[in-house]
Design a protein around this ligand. Structure first.
Ligand SMILES: [Zn+2]
Length: 325
């Protein structure tokens, strides 16, 4: 498969959202958990639209009952990513799903995942960093507990705070306490915006002083905002396949990735929730090559951009930049 072995950096991947369907079925069988309505007739995840996707996602995550299950998930996801040439990945990990916001429980989950990540790195050479991620539609109070978990474990594994979930639930500025708390603990910041919400949602994210924005592509609808992203050196975690699959854009040719890049915005490419959106990093590269004629040099530049924007220590960054020169 073309581009499968091309080295890649992925910055926007939800750990639970990357769960292979067969992995979910195996765990559900082991634990006698019903996943009724989660799969379609072909065995993939089934849902009608983005909001139904969020529901199915939460049902599927019921199989992840403890640290051991998250460790197995981490291993399975990293193996899957490594098969597609990913050498460095950052995953959104939610303290809400890992201990319900309790710091002690969260630490146990993290220890199990970090061990699994170390094994995957030894076997496949892939590196993982975690971005602790409150769920937006659970509200600002729950987010505070998640942010405290993140702050307590800020270090060489948990390197960032993000926020995911329903973009239409409340304003991001309502979460400023959580983002301030994380920044003070040395974490870097990203927030989902500009996918379902328009330019105003991207401005809302910028008010949190984030270094990156998850998606952010609808900034293209506002020329002043595009200039602001360039001036502030903000990086977008662009997930073209996810956007097309969920209907943010009718087809890839309509996607603003190239227009954003031409305007000087830092852009990177990721899959978001690959089995849910029937994509992989290889497929993303293939589709971009087909539709926009991206070649090896463009992918090299995108990965260099990703290395610069990665939430990692400077030694790891230098090694990544060396790999992509
Ligand atoms: Zn996402």
């Amino acid at each position: 498969m073309e581009f499968q072995n091309t080295p890649k950096i992925e910055l926007h991947l939800h750990l639970e959202g990357a769960m292979p369907p067969e992995f979910a079925r195996r765990l559900a069988d082991e634990k006698n958990i019903s996943l009724e309505g989660v799969f379609d007739e072909t065995g993939g995840y089934a849902y009608r639209d983005f909001w139904h996707f969020l529901e199915v996602y939460e049902v599927a995550t019921q199989v992840l009952t403890g640290p051991e299950e998250f460790a197995r998930l981490t291993k399975a996801v990293l193996e899957q990513s490594a098969q597609h040439g990913v050498v460095y990945t950052e995953a959104f990990i939610s303290p809400d799903f890992c201990g319900g916001g309790d710091v002690g429980a969260w630490k146990e989950y993290l220890a199990a995942m970090q061990q699994a990540a170390a094994e995957a790195e030894a076997e496949h050479g892939i590196k993982l960093r975690g971005i602790a991620t409150p769920i937006r539609h659970f509200g600002p109070e729950k987010a505070k507990a998640a942010a405290k978990c993140a702050a307590e474990t800020s270090g060489d594994f948990i390197t960032g705070l993000g926020i995911g979930g329903d973009e239409k639930a409340g304003k991001l500025s309502d979460f400023s306490w959580s983002f301030d708390c994380a920044r003070e603990a040395g974490l870097q910041l990203t927030a989902h915006a500009g996918e379902w919400g328009g330019p105003e949602s991207v401005r809302d994210a910028l008010s949190l002083n984030v270094e990156r924005i998850g998606h952010g592509v609808r900034a293209i609808e506002d020329a002043e905002l595009v200039k602001e992203l360039v001036t502030r050196d903000v990086t977008l975690e662009v997930c073209p396949g996810s956007n097309v699959f969920l209907g943010v854009y009718p087809k890839l040719a309509d996607h603003p990735l190239v227009r954003l890049m031409d305007a000087g915005v830092n852009c990177t490419v990721s899959t978001d929730d690959p089995p849910f959106f029937h994509t992989t990093m290889t497929k993303e590269y293939q589709d971009l090559a087909t539709v926009f004629r991206f070649d090896e040099q463009v992918f090299l530049d995108l990965n260099k951009m990703a290395a610069k924007a990665a939430f990692c220590d400077e030694d790891t960054r230098a090694a990544l930049l060396k790999q992509f020169t």
